[in-house]
Design a protein around this ligand. Structure first.
Ligand code: NAG
Ligand code: NAG
Ligand code: NAG
Ligand code: NAG
Ligand code: NAG
Length: 364
C-alpha cells in the first residue's frame, strides 16, 4: 500500500539509473502553479468537500459482549461545486479511485473534468477495499504476478508491451506505466464481496447522502456492482449507470441464465428487482477500441441491455472504436490520452437524457 502513496521523490534510495530516468520524467509532470495554468479552463470552485462512511454493521465479540467492531462499510469522498448541477456523478472504480483522478500521463482526470462542469463528484471505495478496508471478516491479500496480464486485460495491446499502434496511452512513458500498474487495490472479486458492495451502495443511494439523482460512472467490475446496487435500492435516487467496459452482469430469474460463482457473474435476481434497472433514466455500456463484438462480456452487455429495454428501460451499448471516431481507447477510456473526447461523449449522454440541469437556485 505504501508504494502507491509514496511521493516520487522517495525513489532517491533506488538505483541511480532509475533515479535519473525518474528525474527526467518528473520534470515533464504537470505543475499546478500559475505559470502553467490553462486560461481556457473554467476554474473549479467548490462549496465544500469531505467524506463519510456508509452502510456496514457492528459486530459484537462473541467472547466479550462489551467489545464491538464497526466494519464492512463503504467510504465516500465528495466534492460539491459552488454552483452545482442536479446530477451527482458517483465514480466507482473496479479497483482504484486513482483512475478517475488523473489521465495516464498525470494530466486531468474525470474528477476534475466534471467538477469544472459543475457536477457534484463522489469517489467510492466499497467495503473492504481502499479507504474502507475495515472488514468484518478475515481478509487475505495474496500477491500474484499480474502486471503483464493487466497490460492485455486493460487492452493496451494484444500482449505485454506490444501496444496497439493507436493506443491512447503514453507508450514511451515508463513512469505512466508504473503508475497505472501500481495504483491498484485488491478488488476482492468473490460473489460474497460483490453482494456486499452492491448492498452497501444501495444503502448509500437510499440515504440521500449522494444526492437524489445519481449517475454511477463505473469501470470494469464496478459496473457489475452498480447494476446490483440498482436492483437492491428501495428508493428512486439512482438515475443512471455509465459503465466503461463492464465486466459482470445481472439478469432476471425468468430467463435461462445460470449464475456464475467466480466473482464476475452473472448474478440472477428476482424479476421484480431486475425491473428496477428499467426504471433508471438511462444506462450506457461503453466499450473501448480493439474489442471484438463476439467477446463474451460484450455479448453480455447486449443481452443485458435488451432485457432492460424489454421491461421499458433505456439501455444502450456504445462502442467508442466503432460508434465514434475515437481510436485506441483502452479498458479505462476516461483515463486515456483522449479523455477530453471521451468526456464529451459523456456530456452528450447526460444532455440527451436531461441529466445535465442545474440546481434551481444555482447561480451559473
Ligand atoms: C468489558 O467487560 C469486562 C468484564 O466483563 C471489563 O473487565 C472490561 O473493563 C470491560 N471493557 C470495557 C471497554 O468496558
Ligand atoms: C480470523 O483469523 C483469526 C486469527 O488467525 C482467527 O482466530 C479467527 O478464527 C479467524 N476468523 C475466521 C472467521 O476465520
Ligand atoms: C437452459 O440452458 C441450459 C444450458 O444452456 C440448456 O441445457 C437447457 O436446455 C435450457 N433450458 C431451456 C428451458 O431453455
Ligand atoms: C467494431 O468493428 C470491427 C470492425 O468492423 C469489428 O470487428 C468489431 O467486432 C466491432 N466491435 C464491436 C464491439 O462491435
Ligand atoms: C454485436 O452483437 C450484437 C448482439 O449479438 C448485435 O445485435 C450487433 O449487431 C453486433 N454488432 C456488430 C457490429 O456486429
Amino acid at each position: 500500500m505504501e508504494n502507491r502513496n509514496s511521493h516520487p521523490g522517495k525513489s532517491k534510495s533506488r538505483k541511480l539509473g532509475l533515479l535519473s530516468s525518474l528525474t527526467l520524467l518528473l520534470l515533464s509532470l504537470p505543475l499546478s502553479n500559475a505559470a502553467t495554468r490553462d486560461p481556457s479552463k473554467k476554474p473549479i470552485i467548490l462549496d465544500s468537500s469531505g467524506g463519510f462512511e456508509i452502510g456496514g454493521k457492528v459486530l459484537t465479540n462473541p467472547k466479550k459482549p462489551n467489545e464491538t467492531l464497526s466494519c464492512d462499510h463503504g467510504y465516500v469522498e465528495y466534492f460539491l461545486p459552488w454552483t452545482p448541477r442536479k446530477t451527482s456523478l458517483v465514480m466507482w472504480h473496479s479497483s482504484s479511485t486513482q483512475v478517475y483522478q488523473n489521465r495516464w500521463d498525470g494530466g486531468e482526470g474525470y474528477k476534475d473534468k466534471f467538477l469544472r462542469r459543475d457536477y457534484p463528484v463522489y469517489l467510492w471505495d466499497g467495503p473492504r477495499v481502499g479507504r474502507a478496508n475495515y472488514g468484518c471478516e478475515n481478509i487475505t491479500y495474496v500477491p500474484w504476478y499480474r502486471d503483464q496480464a493487466n497490460f492485455a486485460n486493460w487492452n493496451f495491446g494484444p500482449k505485454f508491451k506490444n501496444w496497439w499502434p493507436d493506443v491512447q496511452f503514453p507508450t514511451e512513458d515508463e513512469y505512466a506505466w508504473q503508475q497505472a500498474t501500481s495504483a491498484r487495490y485488491d478488488e476482492m472479486d468473490t460473489e460474497e464481496n460483490v453482494q456486499l458492495h452492491g448492498y452497501a451502495m444501495s444503502v448509500a443511494a437510499d440515504s440521500g447522502k449522494l444526492g437524489e439523482r445519481i449517475v454511477y460512472v463505473t469501470n470494469s467490475a464496478g459496473g457489475y456492482r452498480a447494476q446490483l446496487a440498482a436492483t437492491m435500492s428501495k428508493k428512486n435516487n439512482i438515475a443512471g449507470i455509465v459503465a466503461y467496459e463492464c465486466i459482470g452482469y445481472v439478469y432476471p430469474d425468468n430467463v435461462n441464465i445460470t449464475a456464475g460463482k467466480w466473482g464476475f457473474g452473472p448474478t440472477i435476481v428476482p424479476l421484480e428487482d431486475f425491473k428496477r434497472l428499467a426504471k433508471l433514466t438511462a444506462i450506457q455500456f461503453i466499450w473501448g477500441d480493439h474489442r471484438q463484438n463476439s467477446t463474451s462480456f460484450v455479448q453480455d452487455s447486449w443481452r443485458a441491455a435488451a432485457l432492460i429495454n424489454q421491461y421499458g428501460g433505456n439501455a444502450q451499448v456504445f462502442v467508442l472504436g466503432n460508434d465514434t471516431s475515437f481510436k485506441g481507447n483502452t479498458h479505462i477510456a476516461f483515463a486515456d490520452m483522449n479523455n477530453d473526447q471521451v468526456a464529451g461523449a459523456l456530456d452528450d449522454f447526460l444532455a440527451k437524457n436531461n441529466l445535465d440541469g442545474y440546481v434551481d437556485n444555482a447561480k451559473v
